[in-house]
Ligand binder design. Structure first.
Ligand code: ATP
Ligand code: MG
Length: 567
């Protein structure tokens, strides 16, 4: 089988070796195992691309499995959103959608088998006592007084736990391994606990639930997984998984750990993201500022851009932080090629072309995407009253400001050269409310026949033809690159960026954008890439999200800082 060189990594090396030694009979079978206790984020996308990607490249299979053993935090809504997100990213589990909760019966049988072998026991210590008996990293634990229970008594107690005879917290089933093991996870870990809670799928059928560790390795084994790929935090759990599988003498997948994705200026933890949602810090899981798949989708990210990003960052054995800019660049690169361009004025300033006839309208030619001539051209209407960007005018221009100012000539894109001849202000506030300009009819299309040059080309829209829209500009959700750095006595939310959202409600767009479909992309010339919001757009109101700016402004800033350091 031929694998692209650029994709080779240590995980693929292990699989190549397994194939060579025929460890799993030539099979490659992976899985993506989310817990349905929140929406997926970009970190999960990395794991999805890795697991489904490896399966595809080795002509293997990848399962989608819900690791749903915790009745307290799991919900159908989350499970549904996860399926939608995986599909949207472009992956397909065919008929291999599994639920760990479907294995509850089998898992219980395994627990009983371990008990029967004398490798598990029912322990009556309280939660606090269990903790106390466990010891620490530097101090060995000590045996529970219940460790010596007979197999018969353990089997009887386990059955009665299952039948609901005992109170929550009064008993647990524990593996009998070694209370002085250097790895604390091996000190008789819990396998089952009593929880008198309804589970979102199994209802009140069970009142004992298997722990994550017990469930996870056994679910992988039940499904015949060959390579159980997980993040580095689970390296310490591997000996426990190995122990359980070896005791039961069942199919034994190879666990391989890789470094989780950490992204700058955001948090990738469902618990923290849930906190932002619950506290109303964002509008929901799909707020366009969220690093969730649903947030990125609403923001205007495409599946391709996310997959390319995951490919580019690769997999490693050491944790690091990837710059958000890298994700943005992956999308910029794509939208530069694919997004049609339009003119839009976000903060309008009225311009009257005083020497242009009152009723005249001209249809001028504009290019849809200079990167791709096959996208063709369109007409834009020009008339006497226009809007330009407030930012594009300065009454007293600072040095190096080449856009419009009194008596200066500039080019209106695809239209004419104009010169500002008068500035109209609000008498009370002094605010500039209108500009009077003249145009040169000889410059139609944007070129002067006499070869004279202007230093700036600006976008504009015709006031009578423009359509109204709301535009939402986004900035990083957090101000710190490394959001795990927090001031003492504060939590991660102290790094939230108070300016992460700016809403502009009086924007004027080129009329060609009328009726544009929710979710579709375009470039607003000079302003960035935008997409039509899928949630708040209605027949009455058009809402655009800024997906990414045109260039990466942060990189410019850090480059400037770098240069300062050098000189
Ligand atoms: P979180 O820390 O956000 O709560 P989790 O690991 O608890 O995430 P799961 O639903 O258990 O969430 O994750 C499903 C899979 O996604 C796991 O196999 C996990 O290894 C992987 N995963 C989770 N976060 C990341 C990440 N940041 N980078 C890469 N893989 C991740
Ligand atoms: Mg997890």
């Amino acid at each position: 089988m031929k694998i692209e060189k650029s994709k080779s990594n240590f995980i693929r090396d292990i699989i190549d070796e397994d194939l060579k030694t025929d460890k799993y009979g030539g099979r490659v079978h992976t899985r993506f195992p989310p817990e349905p206790n929140g929406y997926l984020h970009i970190g999960h996308a990395k794991s999805i691309c890795l697991n489904f990607g490896i399966a595809a490249d080795y002509a293997g299979l990848c399962n989608l499995r819900f690791d749903d053993t915790n009745p307290e935090t799991e919900e159908i809504e989350y499970a549904e959103s996860i399926k939608e997100d995986v599909r949207w990213l472009g992956f397909d589990w065919d008929d291999r959608l599994y639920y760990a909760s479907d294995y509850f019966e089998q898992l219980y049988t395994y627990a009983a088998q371990l008990t029967e072998k004398g490798m598990a026991y029912v322990c009556d210590l309280s939660i606090d006592q269990v903790r106390e008996y466990r010891g620490t990293l530097t101090k060995p634990g000590k045996d529970s007084p219940y460790r010596k229970r007979s197999v018969e008594e353990n089997l009887d107690l386990l059955k009665r736990m299952k039948e609901g005879e005992f109170e929550e917290g009064s008993r647990i089933l524990r593996a009998k391994i070694d209370m002085s093991h250097p790895n604390v996870l091996m000190r008789d870990p819990t396998l089952y606990r009593i929880r008198k809670k309804n589970h979102y799928r199994t209802g009140d059928k069970w009142c004992i639930y298997p722990t994550y560790d017990f469930t996870h390795c056994l679910s992988d084994s039940i499904e015949g997984i060959t390579n159980s790929i997980c993040t580095l935090e689970f390296e310490n759990n591997r000996p426990l998984y190995d122990w359980i599988l070896d005791q039961l003498e069942i199919h034994h997948p190879q666990q391989i750990e890789f470094a989780r994705l950490n992204l700058s200026h955001t948090v990738l933890s469902k618990r923290k993201l849930l906190e932002l949602v619950d506290e109303g810090q964002v509008s929901g899981w799909d707020d366009p500022r969220m690093p969730t798949i649903s947030g990125l989708r609403r923001r205007g990210y495409t599946p391709e851009s996310i997959r390319n990003f995951c490919d580019q960052i690769g997999v490693a054995k050491a944790n690091s932080i990837v710059d958000l800019v890298q994700l943005e660049n992956s999308l910029r690169e794509e939208l530069n090629r694919t997004a049609p361009r339009f003119m839009a004025v976000l903060r309008p300033l009225k311009v009257i072309i005083v020497n242009y006839p009152e009723d005249k309208v001209e249809e001028l030619d504009a290019i849809n995407n200079p990167e791709d001539p096959s996208m063709g051209t369109r007409k834009v209407s020009f008339s006497r009253v226009l809007y330009i960007e407030q930012d594009d005018f300065r009454e007293e221009p600072p040095k190096k400001f080449y856009r419009l100012s009194p008596d200066r000539e500039v080019r209106l894109r695809y239209a004419y050269f104009i010169t500002c001849v008068d500035v109209i202000k609000n008498k009370n506030t002094g605010e500039v409310v209108e500009l009077h300009c003249t145009y040169d009819p000889a410059t139609r299309g944007g070129d002067a026949p006499d070869g004279r040059r202007v230093k700036s080309t600006m976008h504009w829209v015709s006031a009578n033809h423009a359509i109204d829209a709301e535009v939402r500009l986004y900035d990083n959700l957090f101000t710190k690159r490394d959001t795990s750095e927090v001031k003492e006595g504060t939590d991660f939310k102290s790094n939230l960026n108070p300016k992460s959202l700016e809403i502009l409600t009086a924007c004027k767009l080129e009329p060609g954008l009328k009726g544009v479909a929710p979710g579709s992309h375009c470039q607003f010339e000079r302003l960035g890439y935008f997409c039509v919001d899928t949630v708040d757009t209605s027949a009455e109101k058009l809402v655009f999200n800024r997906t990414v700016s045109l260039r990466d402004t942060w990189a410019k800033i850090s480059k400037a800082v770098e240069q300062q350091k050098v000189t």
